[in-house]
Design a protein around this ligand. Structure first.
Ligand SMILES: CC(C)(COP(=O)(O)OP(=O)(O)OC[C@H]1O[C@@H](n2cnc3c(N)ncnc32)[C@H](O)[C@@H]1OP(=O)(O)O)[C@@H](O)C(=O)NCCC(=O)NCCSC(=O)c1cc(O)c2ccccc2c1O
Length: 334
């Protein structure tokens, strides 16, 4: 049988997905995945022969969560059969500034990507090339936060920040143009940041009468050190992508035209590795900075692993069989 390239395999998956419903709970059961399963050995042979990661951009298929609601402020897509989800803030006329509705939709999409066990990596980006995100929509700022459809204000971006930190899969910020204000904090809470050469990074808070004294301050200190973090916050300067890279604020810079290609390549490299190892490493890297909640995440991963062992199941089985548990055969490892 002739060898099938990764690109061809993805196109078949995409066509199959158009035949099958796009919703993840359905797409995991049908022909789309059957086709992919058949070709996984071809995928292996591709990597053995070429020793690299394919760089073509996948076919993005519209995705939805189970709320049944449409998205107005974001675009949610998946590369079916690839393990990649892409979540895009879609308010380019406002430089992708977020309003409470934007954050609610982002949280729904991130939650869906978390629960979809075919997804291993999430790309978070902004529509267009001018901005990743310019923070909270200042035209909607009220006394208690940002106000759109409700009569009270919200700072619900703080919940989104925690959600991204806690999500047991890597989230990659793909940044073109401005990542400023609350938009800058959003890229910082992501696991990795890949920037286009036109990207600009900065905090504007003290200039517009705001500040993020949570992750906005603490994670920035962790990333670039307290001196540089003070500079960035006190002076509200903007920094180029290459300056940001030198500071350790981002992972890499690529030409704008190559941004998505490069980001997808990073996703594919991650996806070659053990999901559990990556999950535990994400919890571990965040644990100290996230305090008790961070330890809880890491501890939860340990429990999850223990539940899969014979020793862990001995206790449950003994309870269900109304006998005393016998842990004597399990080693007390040094
Ligand atoms: C981002 C810019 C530097 C881009 O400049 P540029 O010259 O390219 O574009 P324009 O300025 O002409 O913008 C085009 C168009 O978009 C509108 N717009 C851009 N950003 C916003 C915004 N954040 N809110 C509302 N509208 C925005 C702009 O008005 C133009 O509209 P027209 O109708 O005139 O076409 C530059 O736009 C810029 O500096 N933007 C503001 C950046 C900013 O200060 N952001 C807010 C920081 S505070 C924040 O985000 C924040 C949010 C939270 O939820 C928090 C929660 C808890 C604690 C702290 C929080 C917090 O600090």
């Amino acid at each position: 049988m002739a060898e099938m390239t990764d690109s061809a395999r993805r196109r078949i998956a995409s066509i199959a997905n158009h035949i099958m419903p796009a919703h993840p709970s359905q797409s995991q059961q049908g022909n789309a995945i059957a086709i992919l399963d058949c070709s996984s050995s071809m995928n292996d042979s591709f990597h053995r022969v070429h020793g690299g990661v394919p760089t073509d951009i996948p076919v993005w298929t519209p995705a939805r969560d189970d709320s049944g609601k449409e998205y107005t402020d974001i675009i949610y897509e998946k590369a079916v059969g690839e393990g990649i989800a892409k979540i895009t803030i879609n308010r380019p006329e406002r430089r992708n500034a977020f309003r409470p509705q934007t954050i609610k939709e982002l949280m729904r999409a991130f939650n869906d990507a978390r629960d979809d066990n075919s997804i291993g990596v999430i790309i978070f980006t902004g529509k267009g090339t001018k901005a990743f995100c310019s923070g909270g929509d200042q035209s909607l700022r009220g006394k208690e936060g940002y106000v759109d459809y409700d009569s009270f204000g919200r700072l619900n971006v703080l919940d989104l920040q925690v959600q991204i930190r806690r999500l047991p899969k890597p989230v990659i910020a793909m940044v073109a143009g401005y990542a400023v204000g609350g938009g800058h904090v959003l890229h910082m809470v992501c696991d990795l940041t890949i920037a286009a050469a036109n990207a600009i990074f900065g905090q504007t808070g003290p200039k517009v009468g705001s500040f993020d004294a949570g992750y906005g301050a603490s994670i920035m200190c962790r990333l670039i050190g307290p001196k540089k973090a003070r500079e960035m916050w006190y002076m509200t300067r903007f920094y180029t992508a290459s300056e940001a890279e030198k500071m350790g604020l981002i992972n890499t810079v690529v030409e704008l035209e190559k941004l998505e290609e490069e980001t997808v390549k990073w996703c594919r490299e991650i996806l070659r590795n053990s999901p559990m190892a990556i999950r535990v490493l994400k919890s571990a890297v965040n644990a100290v900075d996230d305090g008790h909640a961070g330890l809880q995440g890491l501890g939860g991963d340990a429990t999850l692993l223990f539940y899969g062992t014979e020793e862990g199941n001995e206790g449950k089985n003994a309870y269900l069989q109304r006998r005393k548990p016998d842990f004597s055969k399990y080693p007390r490892l040094p």
